[in-house]
Design a protein around this ligand. Structure first.
Ligand SMILES: NC(=O)C[C@H](N)C(=O)O
Length: 398
């Protein structure tokens, strides 16, 4: 028997003349290394010098249905708004061509809702389902509404540390519309999840022939099929004529923090972190009301540029934090879809004795993250009881 490897990790050993064992490393992540073993017969059979005993099987992909437009029906072929979630995951699977030569599909209806109804409870439900079935499947496809798909993708990316592909898909047109995009998106997502090339790439979003990183991607257009974008970071690949093309080797976002959820969550929820949207003539009183009424443990502000808020608003926030007994992180994000809020944008505010100006210590730049993703990241930091310095460190990487 001999052992060989597809990478340089494993040396070749001969143990027996009749069998060789090929060990292929599936993941080089040292903490979570994975590999596959193939047996090969070296014995001479019917005049052939080598016969392969190939125990390879097709990947098994789990498709989890959660609803969205992809599972919706309208009352006419031209209706593309105001429709209802009406189809099951079984209906959706029936709408795609047979892919039994690519992978084995199993499916389950976990939820069947518009993605506007998603909250922490639904995120945890989806997280728990994937975590409990992670050892059983080679990849996952999640059908989901597009409105909040980026939030679910971001949450799963931060909480599930796996080399197995998790591919999210949905559609912009309901199933009943002319040229509905659902079946093609679902088909492509299944093929992507079944591909070896998709491993080690984290959570991905597959729509309209494009493959994006769930960490960076955002919905850019409320109506059009080509809606998911991450302008600064780009797509990770695309899908053309039944071929997947990745532009880069497997990678996950730099500076990303993983969080280990321990369930059930205290109060069955993550800490309260509201988002406020800044604008000309912003009334600071909304800050007070929001923080008090929602028992906020932190705040995300969609600032007007790369961290810009009126001087009065910065001072108002600083005075509010001074009056609180607990540290209160405030993430400065941007209204603009692209670009980042850098450290240099963090404002100076008057000191408690009002004699000089100093850096507003509770204000943290949100980097490239949009408000909705920054909210999830801050919720996870607060869930972990990170102090202000630790939270700043987490956000330094984004
Ligand atoms: N295109 C869609 O899926 C939008 C839908 N309202 C949803 O997010 O569930």
């Amino acid at each position: 028997m001999s052992i060989s490897s597809s990478s340089s990790f494993f040396p070749l050993h001969t143990l027996n003349e009749d069998f060789s064992v090929e060990i292929q490393d599936e993941s080089r992540d040292l903490e979570h290394s994975q590999f596959k073993i193939r047996y090969r017969s070296n014995s001479v059979v019917s005049g052939t010098s080598e016969s392969s005993l190939n125990f390879d099987t097709l990947p098994t992909i789990k498709v989890i249905g959660t609803g969205g437009t992809i599972a919706s029906k309208g009352s006419s072929a031209h209706q593309t708004a105001g429709y209802e979630v009406d189809l099951t995951i079984e209906d959706l699977i029936k709408s795609i061509p047979d892919i039994s030569t690519t992978c084995l599909l199993e499916y389950e209806q976990l939820l069947n809702i518009d993605s506007k109804e998603f909250g922490t409870k639904e995120l945890i439900q989806l997280y728990s389902k994937i975590m409990s079935e992670l050892p059983k499947y080679d990849g996952f496809v999640i059908t989901h509404g597009t409105d909040t798909m980026e939030e679910t993708a971001f949450f799963l990316q931060l909480t599930i540390n796996t080399y197995k592909p998790i591919v999210m898909c949905g559609s912009m047109r309901p199933s009943t519309a002319i040229s509905s995009d659902g079946p093609m998106n679902l088909y492509q997502a299944c093929v992507i999840a079944a591909s070896r090339e998709s491993r080690g790439r984290g959570v991905m979003v597959a729509l309209n022939d494009r493959i994006g990183s769930g960490y960076y991607i955002t919905k850019s257009n409320a109506n059009s099929l080509d809606t998911f974008k991450s302008i600064g970071q780009g797509y990770v690949g695309n899908f053309v004529d039944n071929e997947i093309h990745y532009y880069f080797p497997p990678a996950k976002p730099l500076g990303m923090t993983y969080f280990n959820l321990r369930l059930p969550l205290a109060d069955n929820d993550l800490p309260s972190v509201p988002i406020l949207y800044a604008h000309q003539g912003f009334n600071n009183k909304i800050i007070d009301v929001t923080v008090k009424e929602l028992e906020a443990k932190g705040l995300v502000i969609a600032t007007m540029g790369a961290g810009s808020l009126a001087d009065e608003t910065n001072q108002y926030l600083s005075d509010l934090v001074e009056s609180m007994e607990i540290p209160f992180p405030i993430i400065y994000t941007k209204r603009s879809m692209d670009g980042r809020v850098p450290l240099g944008s963090i404002p100076k505010v008057r000191t408690e004795d009002h004699t000089s100006l100093s850096t507003f210590e509770s204000a943290i730049p949100g980097g490239y993250l949009n408000p909705q993703k920054a909210r999830i990241l801050l919720q996870l930091c607060l869930y972990e009881d990170y102090n202000m310095q630790e939270i700043k460190k987490v956000f330094k990487g984004v």
